[in-house]
Design a binder for this molecule. Structure first.
Ligand SMILES: O=C[C@H](O)COP(=O)(O)O
Ligand SMILES: CC(=O)C(=O)O
Length: 212
């Protein structure tokens, strides 16, 4: 297996669910990361969809020793570099572009790019990646598509994301070519805004017990 794929898998360390987070108030970043880690989900993806995202990554990287913070919604090489400089240990993108693959080739920080079609999966494979985000999972054929990839694209593993919930996560995780799933259901906006860290910890604990 290529070494950057190994590095990414070893960072995620068998965690079955990666929380996908949108942090609108940077003050929530540290308590949220701590609650998720207490619940058994130390690896998190903070998406660059808010003005506070890079500062949230900086604070979690600096203050939450137990967290493994990644950056999501990385669309270009500038964002890749900003997120890596802020302390991201891994980078997630909704798709795959030549620019992002080049940024990843120049960096020690591993990339988890999105891929949906066999052609995109093969392009990532040519770049030496064997672990990809399947996004948006439910909208792109979900479990049936992943089953169809298993034989022709046998050496590629996936983290399906998009439309995954506590109800369907176990079905995805039961597939041999699925390593983990990503989703926002473990940190709903209303609970984050209300600072209900115990409830988020409980959602994380339930998710962390899903079997891979
Ligand atoms: O944009 C979607 C996020 O990647 C996560 O998707 P989700 O809210 O369906 O879990
Ligand atoms: C959806 C997604 O892949 C991301 O925000 O990184």
């Amino acid at each position: 297996m290529p070494s950057k794929t190994e590095k990414l898998l070893s960072l995620l360390n068998g965690q079955p669910v990666i929380p996908v987070l949108k942090i609108s108030d940077v003050a929530n970043a540290v308590p949220l990361a701590r609650a998720l880690a207490r619940g058994g989900l130390p690896a998190i993806e903070i998406t660059l969809r808010t003005a506070d995202a890079l500062e949230a990554i900086r604070r979690v990287a600096g203050e939450v020793e137990e967290a493994i913070v990644g950056a999501g919604t990385i669309l270009d090489s500038r964002q890749f570099e900003e997120a890596a400089s802020a302390g991201s240990r891994f980078i997630v993108s909704p798709g795959i572009t030549r620019e992002l693959l080049a940024a990843a080739a120049d960096s020690d920080v591993p990339l988890l790019p999105g891929a949906i079609t066999p052609g995109e999966i093969m392009a990532a494979r040519e770049a030496g990646l064997r672990f990809l985000k399947f996004f948006p999972a439910e909208q792109s054929g979900g479990i049936a598509s992943l089953k169809a990839f298993a034989s022709p694209l046998a050496d590629v593993k996936f983290c399906p994301t998009g439309g995954i919930t506590g109800k369907n996560a176990a079905d995805y995780l039961s597939l041999p070519n699925v390593v983990c799933v990503g989703g926002s259901w473990v940190a709903p906006d209303d609970l984050v805004k209300a600072g209900k860290w115990d409830e988020i910890e409980a959602l994380a604990r339930a998710a962390s017990k899903l079997a891979k």
